[in-house]
Design a protein around this ligand. Structure first.
Ligand code: FAD
Length: 489
């Protein structure tokens, strides 16, 4: 922090990024507590070097999340000002023209974002503007939980250390009232949300997303309340069953910071104060800590979305997969009902159940022997919760090339996975309606159904529903051979 030439009279800019909420937002709380007038801003930056452009589903979410944030800020007395362009130019210029005394923000952890924030901070401080930054995104920031040297690469060790690290600060409530600052007229031109062009047009494919989700802080808090009340106790038993609404579905809200992980942890701990409750909550707390762990990995290995952590996978003999096979996977036409249901859930709703993310990813990487980065990119474009750390780390986990990954030779059998986790076929019937009337014995392997069963269910294999694109046993052998070759080569 530097000596501040405007300390007494200036306003404070709150620079919103992946923290689109009012409650437990440390940057906003600090700004409100300063007693200064507040200028809330959002800068849509697709120009700065290394900042990955958001995918389509995430852009849709962002639009609605900003709408919700803008409404909430207005109700509290301040207007959100939106800008489009390089933050590295806009934020210092805005601070200068508005005579701001300080700029507050919550930290980000991708390399390009960190570098950009550092540059902005240097410019601001050189101009006599105070900079204050906070942790508003993670339970523990990268490096807060660390071994004696290096960083944790194995989740179990990370979790053990994180779990033993002591109490967390209490989440802060939303400031009661904000004193909005006037937006200066002049050099920095604000824009409107509509002009950012975040919503899909021609065609507008977002109907299914809007049916499945309501972006915004109010809904995030409502969902947390409902989850804690009705689903937390059985989370450990039900989280793996895609036909059951057993997980929190908070991921897109977390992705855009409409709720903080510390709010979630506090609510979960509060709801599980008995010994039995603690045991039940533990599984959920472990899952949410995977998010921190992923950020810890991304912070230390910034290229995780594009480079295998295990270098020997750099030369893995991926197959030259025909475009038609990749399209069949993307569109849910592989002939494996659990894979197809997952990919269609993703396309229709912008979200997919965790177990099915693992099954569909495994199918692409191991049954089709396709480079995992093809899948990472598809998920990035289609998931509302597409997250730079979680997506990359989980794809590497499935592909076997991550720091703490499933071994490559552990290959999911899509039929057995379906039968185990969706035994009645509830999930596949919802998303693959052309096989919904098939007997549960065959719903995960229609090709084994006798002709009468197919006929009774109105299915003509190869016409109304595809034959399996690959034979799993053969695909498995091919994947194992490729793995063996990669180790020998
Ligand atoms: P819950 O089970 O209710 O868990 C609560 C929260 O914990 C989640 O919202 C999430 O923030 C965190 N969490 C849970 N599981 C994981 C995990 N395995 N890794 C990291 N964090 C986790 N999650 C994303 O948020 N964004 C992604 O882009 C993403 N891509 C994935 C890609 C693949 C191939 C796989 C296998 C998983 C991916 N995940 C991703 C992780 C996980 O599938 C989702 O976080 C989870 O399904 C979200 O549903 P939920 O909110 O109901 O989860």
């Amino acid at each position: 922090m530097t000596t501040n030439r405007r300390a007494d009279d200036g306003s404070v800019i709150v620079w919103f990024r992946d923290d689109l909420r009012l409650a437990d937002n440390p940057a906003l709380v600090a700004a409100a507590q300063s007693g200064r007038a507040i200028l809330p801003v959002y800068v849509h930056d697709e120009e700065s070097h290394g900042i990955r452009r958001l995918g389509g589903a995430a852009r849709w979410w962002l639009h609605h999340s900003l709408t919700a944030l803008s409404g909430a800020l207005k109700r509290h007395g301040a207007d959100l000002h939106i800008f489009n362009g390089p933050a590295v130019e806009i934020v210092p210029k805005l601070a200068h023209t508005s005579g701001a005394a300080a700029v507050c923000w919550n930290r980000r952890y991708q390399q390009a974002e960190g570098a950009l924030d550092d540059t902005v901070a240097v410019e601001l401080e050189a101009d006599g503007v105070e900079v204050e930054t906070f942790n508003g995104k993670l339970i523990h920031e990268p490096d807060e939980i660390r071994p004696k040297s290096g960083f944790y690469k194995v989740y179990s060790a990370y979790w053990k250390a994180a779990d033993a690290s002591g109490a967390l600060p209490e989440p802060e409530p939303a400031p009661k009232r904000l004193r909005g600052a006037e937006m200066p007229s002049g050099k920095v031109q604000a824009t409107t949300l509509g002009k950012l062009g975040l919503l899909p047009t021609r065609p507008d494919w977002s109907g299914g997303l809007a049916q499945a989700f309501t972006p915004g802080e109010t809904e995030a808090l409502r969902k947390l309340g409902r989850f804690v009340e009705t689903d937390l106790a059985a989370y450990g038993e039900r989280r793996d069953n895609p036909g059951v609404d057993g997980s929190s579905r908070l991921s897109p809200h977390l992705r855009f910071g409409e709720i903080s992980p510390r709010q979630i942890v506090a609510a979960v701990k509060e709801a599980s104060r008995t010994a039995a409750g603690k045991v039940k909550a533990q599984k959920f707390l472990q899952e949410i800590a995977w998010r921190d762990f992923s950020y810890n990995l991304l912070f230390h290995a910034p290229d995780l979305a594009t480079s295998p952590f295990a270098e020997r996978f750099e030369h893995f003999p991926w197959a030259d997969v025909p475009k038609a096979s990749i399209r069949a996977w993307q569109q849910g036409r592989t002939g494996y009902p659990i894979v197809d249901a997952g990919m269609r859930q993703l396309w229709r709703t912008g979200w997919m159940h965790n177990r099915v993310r693992m099954i569909t990813a495994s199918f692409l990487v191991k049954d089709l022997l396709c480079d995992w980065r093809v899948g990472e990119r598809w998920f990035w474009d289609t998931l509302c919760d597409a997250d730079p750390a979680n997506n990359a780390v989980n794809w590497q986990w499935v592909a076997g090339c991550g720091p703490d990954a499933a071994p490559f030779f552990r290959i999911f059998n899509p039929v057995l996975q379906g039968e185990k986790f969706d035994p009645k076929g509830t999930y596949v019937r919802e998303f693959v309606p052309e096989i919904k009337d098939l007997d549960a014995r065959f719903v995960h392997k229609p090709w084994e159904a006798p002709a009468e069963a197919l006929h009774a269910a109105g299915i003509r294999l190869g016409e109304t529903y595809p034959h399996p694109r690959v034979r799993h046993d053969e695909a498995r052998d091919r994947a194992l051979a490729a793995f063996k070759a990669s180790r020998e080569g």
